[in-house]
Design a binder for this molecule. Structure first.
Ligand code: ADP
Ligand code: MG
Length: 696
């Protein structure tokens, strides 16, 4: 039997371990740095480093690494062993405060969007004291931020931490106005639900498209997809269950609050949800979860696909980011509350978020933009690429009534007035809970559903924190100068609702009518990454990030460059993979099939009076589709040739999205048709049925 409480966090240098391993005054000094962000003295760092190393070595570690999150969206690590020569041909295991606090990986090859050139390549990693060190693969991993020599952020974590500070600052201003003089901090909390696919590893290895691009570039629809809804929450197959159990154990050891697991809608699709925690830690944990999903799948002879759309015609994978704000004491600021004062405070935060989403729709869209996610958003399985907010009918009616100075009558509580009466109890998680909304209020938090499954949650959270900080900032400016707080607050809530309620949409976001209606409401629709990326560097959005000290104009520009380049490169690799597979595998397979048909025809002819209409018909179909394929990939090659050496730009991104994307769609259509004609034994790669249904 597994002793889960004993196992949980056993590979983490967490608060309990620190208390046990560190002298009292060192522990208190470290805690102070963690909570108040004060400078960590080197003598304290030295003591912490030694204690950390001793603990790590006791737990089997031989190496340490500064674990960081470059702009690739995944994590990076460079391992150093603890060994140090002791002078007598022997070694000791050593680790200094300096090594703990700061590292200098020669990480010049990470994308930096022009912030560093290789000749001044040194980037620094700096210990992120707010996230605990842990042991993975016999290596002590120290979570770090990664920045350039001149202090510019080169990673996903630095802006995330800055955005949390920005939100903390503005939310505290609001809380103070509501009379809370004591809470030291407001944190954002996040619970990311992670979707993924599991397929057989041997089959995975036979598909170059899965290996190089993470998705199938072609594949005819199998007779059965997800029509019967029989996979969602269905019983978990033994092989998958064994994987999930192993994954949970390894996650628990690392202190990840893995809580919920189930089968998802598409065949071979699953989900893992942790219990929420502060955003910074939730981000680290989500990165660990994705990495462990891959490595543990491998041990089970499986391949874990984190791509947003590994298979056409069935659902892709997303990552629902459940998001809220809480005081240091753990009070959730999006909990409607029981008293008149809490009611006013709740509505104040709620409308600030509505204002934020409406004012920065384009930024929220960019925060989830990637080549992979473009296949998902708006494909009737995920919200369209239009930001909107779901509040539910009751909360919307309450705000409407307030706006019109009307009394709101609910079934349970007859009236409400901001800050005078308590909010009527509106039921949480009711049947009208809208699963199609990109940004849904779910009773005491928002669920941001546009994020893709493969990316880091750092960036969408950075954007979310910053836009909400901005709305709270403008509220605080107004309220701090008010002569009559109560009256100004009421006016502010009413006005904000009036100005921004167009962003609230409580109906079906998947319906085609919504795209039309959203247009009539003046909402922003940015269908693809190529459409969305320019928003990142619009003057207003640059000003936002600069104002709240989340990103400088340069840092933002570099992120834009990195995303643009990533997008173009992804499409380029996909196109090359497609050409390669079609030329070297698909067309030769169709030719082999035709050859056998022709051989049969000539045998039949030499044997005399046998008809060959069937063979002729099949060979004819295969021949015409193959030659159509050949001309499509020749076209694809000629489209790629002029852009392959050009640096990424907005117009090149659009070219990839439109011209190259369309051509790839035509190649896919012809290939999928051919797959239904050519006999299975000739088809060079495992088909959808094998990929999706072979795990027992
Ligand atoms: P569902 O699939 O119904 O949306 P799940 O149980 O799969 O629900 O996931 C809900 C997620 O929301 C969990 O990760 C949970 O910890 C998280 N969550 C709950 N409360 C909060 C909160 N206050 N802040 C952030 N996340 C939260
Ligand atoms: Mg959910």
């Amino acid at each position: 039997m597994i002793d889960v409480p004993a196992l949980f966090g056993s590979l983490v240098f967490n608060d309990n371990v620190m208390q046990a391993q560190l002298p009292r005054e060192t522990y208190l000094a470290l805690k102070k740095t963690m909570v108040q962000g004060t400078h960590l003295e080197l003598d304290v760092a030295n003591i912490v480093a030694t204690a950390m190393k001793n603990w790590a070595v006791e737990n089997g570690a031989t190496h340490f690494t500064h674990w960081f999150q470059p702009m690739t969206g995944i994590t990076a690590e460079k391992h150093d062993s603890f060994i140090a020569p002791s002078g007598d041909c022997k070694i000791i295991m050593a680790f200094s405060g300096k090594e703990l606090v700061r590292g200098e990986p020669d990480a010049s090859s990470f994308p930096n969007g022009g912030l560093r050139t290789t000749f001044e390549a040194r980037g620094y990693t700096v210990w992120d004291i707010t996230s605990y060190a842990f042991i993975k693969d016999d290596t002590l991993c120290i979570p770090t931020a990664f920045c350039s020599y001149s202090g510019e952020a080169l990673d996903m974590k630095t802006p995330l931490l800055r955005s949390m500070q920005a939100l903390d600052k503005q939310a505290l201003r609001i809380l103070r106005l509501f009379g809370n003089q004591t809470t030291p901090r407001v944190m954002t909390t996040v619970g990311p639900e992670q979707e993924y696919f599991l397929i057989d590893k041997q089959l995975f290895l036979q598909r170059p498209d899965l290996i190089y691009t993470g998705r199938t570039l072609f594949g005819a629809k199998p007779p059965k997809g997800q029509e019967l809804d029989d996979h969602y929450f269905g019983s978990i197959k033994p092989r998958v269950s064994a994987f999930m159990k192993d994954l949970e154990i390894e996650l628990w050891k690392l202190g990840v609050f893995a809580k919920t697991k189930h089968n998802e809608v598409a065949p071979a699709q699953h989900e893992l949800a942790p219990v929420f925690t502060t955003t910074n830690i939730a981000t680290d944990h989500n990165q660990l979860t994705m990495a462990l999903m891959k490595s543990i799948a491998d041990k089970h002879g499986l391949a874990c696909l984190l791509h947003e759309k590994p298979f056409a015609a069935i659902n892709g994978s997303g990552k629902h980011i459940n998001w809220s704000m809480a005081t240091a004491e753990g009070t959730n600021l999006l909990e409607p509350g029981e008293t008149p004062c809490e009611n006013a405070q709740f509505l104040c935060f709620l409308v600030a978020i509505i204002k934020a989403v409406d004012s920065y729709q384009d930024l929220l869209r960019v925060s989830v933009a990637s080549a992979g996610n473009d296949h998902r958003l708006g494909a009737n399985e995920a919200p369209p690429a239009i930001a909107s907010v779901f509040l539910g009918d009751e909360l919307s009616e309450i705000l409407d009534a307030l706006e019109k100075d009307q009394t709101y009558h609910s079934t349970k509580k007859p009236l409400m007035e901001i800050g005078v009466t308590v909010l009527p109890h509106f039921p949480k998680d009711t049947t009208d809970r809208n699963r199609t909304s990109p940004f849904a209020f779910t009773g005491n938090r928002f669920e941001f559903r546009m994020a893709g499954s493969s990316g880091s949650i750092a960036w969408p959270n950075t954007v979310l924190n910053t836009i909400v900080a901005d709305a709270l900032n403008s509220f605080a400016d107004t309220l701090e100068n008010a002569s009559d707080f109560h009256q100004t607050l009421v006016q502010l809530i009413k006005e904000t609702w009036h100005q921004h309620k167009r962003i609230v949409f409580n109906r079906n976001n998947y319906a085609d009518e919504w795209v039309l209606e959203a247009g009539q409401r003046g909402l922003t629709h940015l269908p693809t990454t190529a459409d969305a990326l320019p928003a990142l560097i619009s003057p207003g959005n640059i000003a936002l990030f600069v104002k709240h000290h989340v990103l400088t104009a340069n840092e933002l520009r570099s992120r834009y460059d990195v995303m643009l380049e990533g997008y173009c490169k992804t499409l380029h690799i996909e196109a090359l993979t497609m050409i390669d597979m079609i030329r070297k595998e698909v067309i030769p397979a169709a030719i082999s099939y035709q050859k056998d048909l022709f051989d049969l025809m000539s045998i039949k002819k030499t044997c005399g009076n046998y008809g060959t209409e069937l063979e002729e018909q099949l060979a004819g179909q295969a021949a015409s589709l193959s030659s159509c394929l050949l001309s499509e990939i020749t076209k694809l090659e000629s489209l790629l040739a002029p852009v392959s050496h050009l640096p990424a730009s907005e117009s090149i991104a659009r070219f990839y999205q439109a011209e190259i994307g369309n051509c790839m769609n035509s190649v896919r259509t012809a290939t999928d048709k051919l797959e239904t004609i050519v006999a299975s034994k000739y088809w060079p790669v495992p088909n959808y049925a094998a990929l999706l249904y072979s795990i027992r």
